[in-house]
Design a protein around this ligand. Structure first.
Ligand code: ZN
Length: 418
């Protein structure tokens, strides 16, 4: 994941253009990825796919001809979607197109102007303060022209038509936590899960934020109903504890599953209610769709100082945090995959486990005491209407232990699928 983030970090991504294409090409080396494109001007739900933006160089030269800001030094120096420009102007005029962070004088902010034609540069407050009065030359060698919007998609087919959606946005330039952490984790999960048997299809979507997800939804209206559970993956590498943002309904199986995984790991975390602010869970939970898509993150969008600044760099993302998030997602998928409703075939009174060799047995991994307890819970809930997740929630045991207990009981003819 670290290597992938390092490889993707220097690319100048935006909502369209070669930065996204190059990103998807690199991902396709790790993941069986299908690439899709939609032409500029195409109506997608209530939106229209914008012109494609690409940039070659951009700089500001000072009164003595010296380059005071240069896109070659950092992608964030140019406002994303800046229109092409080459002319001289006074510092006063130039200043109205410059963005800096007075409170963080060493950081470059990240700014975009996707849907309103404009141009601008982002720089550190220190660079801004050092600009001398005089005439400046400004060059933005970009193109804003009919082209395409691009996304990548990977479906690992399941035994049923039901799908789990994992979505990560791919539209941010050199920012690590906000978007590359999610991209790297999703790619790693797809790679690890490829070739394994799954009940649900696992659909991985790597699309530009908002317009990319909207384009995908517009092109996949008939497929959307297959999505049973989903997550957007964002900001998963910073030092903060995990935060799970619920779906709109707040009590979908995906919500219960994630809450249980986070609780049973007994690490600091928080679960927050849905809000129509953040990432593409906004599209998936909209009233016409109401897909059960939550969001897993650490730092929340707009709520950590490094958010959308050059300080969201390679050092801001920690390997251990990526691995921790990956483990949570693995457990969450295993839970959704393994949850089921059973019927206890010896439901009147407790079945005699000792006679069947199931009393304090060492059934695979884990603590035999816990396994024993898990068997009792599975037998208790298995009335044909409660699920293994009910047993896990009520007992506080990890789902994997409950699943192992159910497998033992199935092996001894004490359960059947309801
Ligand atoms: Zn962002």
């Amino acid at each position: 994941m670290r290597e992938l983030i390092e490889e993707l970090y220097p690319l100048c991504r935006s909502i369209t253009g070669d930065g996204v294409r190059r990103t998807l090409e690199i991902l396709a080396r790790h993941v069986p990825l299908e690439i899709h494109e939609v032409a500029s001007g195409t109506r997608v739900l209530d939106w229209e796919v914008p012109y494609e933006w690409n940039i070659r160089e951009a700089w500001i030269a000072g009164p003595r001809g010296e380059r005071v800001v240069d896109f070659a030094a950092h992608n964030l120096h140019v406002v994303s979607y800046s229109a092409p420009l080459r002319r001289r102007m006074s510092l006063e005029e130039l200043r109205t197109h410059l963005h800096a962070l007075p409170d963080r004088p060493d950081w470059i902010p990240y700014r975009t102007s996707y849907y309103q034609e404009d141009w601008g540069f982002c720089l550190t407050q220190k660079q801004l303060d050092a600009l001398e009065p005089g005439e400046y030359e400004v060059c933005i060698d970009s193109s804003l022209a009919p082209g395409h919007l691009t996304w990548g998609e990977c479906l690992l087919p399941g035994e049923s038509d039901e799908e789990i959606l994992l979505s990560a946005h791919v539209c941010h330039p050199s920012l690590c936590n906000d978007n590359l952490s999610g991209v790297a984790i999703a790619a790693r999960l797809a790679r690890e899960r490829a070739g394994r048997r799954h009940r649900h299809g696992l659909r991985f979507l790597f699309a530009p934020g908002t317009i990319g997800a909207i384009s995908w939804l517009a092109r996949n209206r008939e497929r959307v109903s297959r999505i049973r559970h989903g997550l957007t993956l964002t900001c998963l590498g910073d030092a903060r504890p995990l935060t799970y943002k619920r779906t709109f309904s707040g009590d979908a199986p995906v919500d219960r599953a994630m809450r249980h995984v986070l609780r049973s790991r007994a690490r600091e975390h928080q679960v927050v209610d849905y809000s129509p602010y953040g990432y593409d869970e906004r599209q998936f939970n909209s009233p016409g769709l109401r897909l059960a898509v939550g969001s897993l993150m650490r730092g929340q969008s707009g709520r950590f100082p490094e958010y959308h600044t050059s300080a969201d760099d390679l050092d801001f993302v920690l390997d251990g945090q990526l691995v921790d998030a990956l483990e949570v997602l693995d457990e969450w998928i295993d839970l959704l995959e393994g949850d089921a409703r059973y019927r206890n075939l010896s439901p009147d009174g407790e079945p005699q486990l000792g006679r069947r060799g199931l009393y304090r047995t060492l059934g695979g991994a884990g603590d035999p005491e816990e396994l024993q307890l898990a068997m009792l819970w599975v037998l208790t809930v298995s009335d044909g209407s409660h699920t293994l997740l009910d047993a896990a929630e009520r007992s506080g045991l990890r789902f994997a232990t409950v699943r192992a207990a159910a497998d033992l009981l199935l092996g001894h003819g004490l359960l059947e699928l309801a």
